[in-house]
Design a protein around this ligand. Structure first.
Ligand SMILES: Cc1cc2nc3c(=O)[nH]c(=O)nc-3n(C[C@H](O)[C@H](O)[C@H](O)COP(=O)(O)OP(=O)(O)OC[C@H]3O[C@@H](n4cnc5c(N)ncnc54)[C@H](O)[C@@H]3O)c2cc1C
Ligand code: FES
Length: 279
């Protein structure tokens, strides 16, 4: 499913063109290859191993448009040493990239279906390339529904793009926050509360989910209550990674290596292993 060739094993130098602060702890980086070569072709849902020079290397999903490979985009939440260093990069600073790695959202196999995307927090960046793909091929799909939850209104990513998407007649977007001040006029509650009222036909729907595992579990339950069968639900998972290419075993989940056989899985394949501590 995923595309990993020998060239993707070699770290390539990239330069920061621009960065945007999305929230208090999350930045979107736009990167260009230092050697002026072609951009990085990728499939929606794949990730790169991103190396902050002298600090360390971490797996980060590609969050840009697959039709614009010349602009490599990563959205990164600063949670530790490496991600903080990456978020602190300034224009023209360099870093290296290996990838793209892993499996992708099944955007080809789901042609003709309704697509329901459920995501929370920094789960939206790994899904954004899939949204771009669906919108670029809009006529091939049934209804497309995006349900997005954040902790607070200030934690929402891509707010300008979300309001643009909300204005489209061919995409249903609902957002919610866990908590908000009284001046918030949107939904309050966890993202799963949006599922019962969402406009899709459960019997022809395919669902793509990315977020914390607890959110994934409850989302699957709600989708099943609506009648979506478990074989039609796909999830993207995170595990600690080192090599990113199926060699070191750091990302093992049951019989799977998440870096190679994931990060996107059909839910029923990985259900027995979720909500367990990592080895
Ligand atoms: C396939 C894949 C795609 C990813 N895509 C993105 C992305 O698009 N944007 C993004 O911001 N992050 C993404 N991550 C998570 C990112 O890799 C981690 O946040 C990063 O490795 C943390 O490294 P650090 O050195 O900054 O922090 P560390 O010092 O390693 O960790 C700091 C804190 O974050 C926690 N943490 C570390 N890794 C994870 C993780 N994978 N999930 C949850 N908590 C973690 C640690 O337990 C610790 O509490 C992805 C992870 C995977 C496996
Ligand atoms: S990170 Fe090494 S096997 Fe997956």
């Amino acid at each position: 499913m995923g595309k990993t060739d020998i060239n993707s094993m070699l770290p390539r130098p990239y330069r920061l063109q621009q960065s945007y602060q999305e929230t208090i702890d999350t930045w979107t980086l736009e990167l260009e290859p230092v050697d002026g070569t072609d951009g990085l072709s990728f499939a929606p849902g794949q990730f790169n191993m991103v190396y902050g020079l002298g600090v360390g290397e971490v797996p980060i999903s590609i969050s840009g448009d697959p039709l614009k490979p010349e602009k490599l985009v990563h959205t990164i939440r600063a949670v530790g040493a490496v991600t903080r260093a990456l978020c602190n990069l300034k224009k023209s600073d360099e870093l290296t990239i290996r990838g793209p790695y892993g499996t992708h959202w099944p955007v080809e196999d789901t042609v003709g279906h309704d697509i329901v995307i459920v995501t929370g927090g920094v789960g939206l960046p790994p899904l954004r390339p899939a949204i771009y793909h669906l919108l670029s091929n809009r006529e091939k799909y049934g209804r497309i529904v995006l349900l997005y939850g954040a902790r607070t209104p200030q934690d929402m990513l891509y707010t300008v793009e979300l309001s643009h998407w909300r204005g489209r007649f061919d995409l249903d977007v609902e957002t919610t926050v866990d908590t908000a001040k009284p001046d918030w006029h949107g939904n309050v509650g966890v993202v799963t509360t949006l599922i019962p009222g969402a406009p899709f036909d459960a019997h022809r729907a395919k669902a793509f989910i990315c977020g914390p595992e607890i959110m994934t579990r409850f989302t699957v339950q709600e989708l099943q209550k609506r009648g979506v069968s478990v074989e039609n639900i796909f999830v993207s998972l995170e595990r600690n990674m080192k090599c990113g290419v199926g060699l070191c075993g750091h990302c093992q989940l049951g019989s799977f290596f998440v870096c190679k056989e994931g990060p996107v899985f059909r839910y029923d394949q990985v259900r027995p292993f979720l909500m367990k501590r990592e080895i």
